[in-house]
Design a protein around this ligand. Structure first.
Ligand code: ATP
Ligand code: MG
Length: 171
């Protein structure tokens, strides 16, 4: 399948920054297919083991990438114009397979509130806040040389998501 047959937009960011909320809105505005990274990890059984201390599944980014590219190819066969990938691993996709990478950010107090509300323990909240403070995902995304669209998801208005969708449409 030709890599340019459909647009692949990856939405990444620290857990709780709003990837799922924003990726789903974008897919509706743009009429692109939506792919939940966490659902794919379950469906394709990609979690190798569970890190008890960090309370998180360990997933090899290269296996994740392979599974996403299969979904991309089948979306292309179905004639979809684009695919929105919602995952904090989505930026590990090869640069040539990605049209743009939306990197979400969120203010630290708001992110703390969201993660605490989810019932995450103190250590897991801390780890994720540190990742946001140190821009871990933005650094990884930059290393991949993706076309980056930064988006502050602390307080999002519908009009902001529409503007983002229009920007993606023009790519
Ligand atoms: N702009 C926003 N304003 C207020 N709350 C928001 C906003 N965006 C997301 N939330 C809330 O924050 C929480 C996290 O959002 P979401 O599940 O989309 O994050 P995520 O980045 O997909 O997280 P994960 O990586 O764990 O899947 C949800 O409870 C959601 O309702
Ligand atoms: Mg999510």
């Amino acid at each position: 399948m030709a890599k340019n047959s459909l647009k692949v937009i990856v939405v990444t960011g620290t857990p709780g920054t709003g990837k799922s909320v924003i990726a789903k809105r974008l897919s509706l505005f743009l009429d692109y297919a939506y792919l939940s990274g966490s659902a794919l990890i379950k469906k394709a059984n990609l979690a190798e083991k569970y890190d008890k201390r960090r309370k998180t599944a360990i997933v090899d980014p290269s296996l994740f990438t392979r599974a996403v590219l299969k979904v991309r190819d089948s979306a292309a066969k179905k004639g979809k114009k684009g695919l929105i990938v919602d995952s904090h691993l989505s930026h590990f996709l090869p640069n040539k397979a990605v049209s743009a990478c939306v990197v979400l950010s969120c203010s630290i107090p708001e992110l703390k509130r969201r993660l605490t509300k989810r019932g995450y323990g103190r250590a897991k909240v801390r780890e994720n806040l540190d990742a946001e403070i140190f821009d871990v995902i933005l650094v990884e995304t930059t290393e991949k040389a993706h076309r980056i669209i930064k988006f502050d998801a602390t307080k999002v208005k519908e009009t902001d998501i529409k503007k983002l969708a229009n920007r993606i449409k023009k790519l």
